[in-house]
Design a binder for this molecule. Structure first.
Ligand SMILES: [Zn+2]
Ligand SMILES: [Zn+2]
Length: 117
């Protein structure tokens, strides 16, 4: 990871697996201006640009609990099972996940081949 000294005017979240890059408005577990929402994990959130409702927000992604890599919430990039795991760690530690999770991942792999967008 390289960091340049130049300051970015906006906070940018970028997924280190798929390269998705977008600005975020908040990082943490409790987005501001939301009523009593506490997220299950610290994550990058942004206001929903398509919603006039100020309380609507989108979860962009968060850091993998094992390797700390920033990954988006896309099913190809990360998995949430009590904590956030990037797909690299999931694959590395697949045998430590319960059978149910492994079965779900296998299903996902099959369905992604048929090009679901
Ligand atoms: Zn991603
Ligand atoms: Zn990881």
């Amino acid at each position: 990871m390289e960091q340049t000294a130049t300051e970015t005017p906006q906070n940018t979240f970028s997924c280190q697996l798929c390269g998705l890059s977008t600005s975020y408005t908040y990082y943490g577990q409790k987005p501001p201006n939301t009523r009593a929402i506490v997220l299950l994990e610290e994550c990058f959130v942004t206001k929903d640009p398509f919603s006039p409702d100020k309380e609507k927000f989108l979860v962009l992604g968060s850091a993998c609990s094992l390797c700390n890599m920033c990954v988006c919430v896309g099913p190809d990039c990360s998995l949430f099972y009590t904590k956030r795991f990037c797909m690299q760690c999931v694959n590395k530690h697949l045998d430590q996940f319960p059978h149910q999770i492994r079965a779900e991942l296998a299903k996902k792999k099959q369905s992604s081949k048929s090009g679901v967008s």
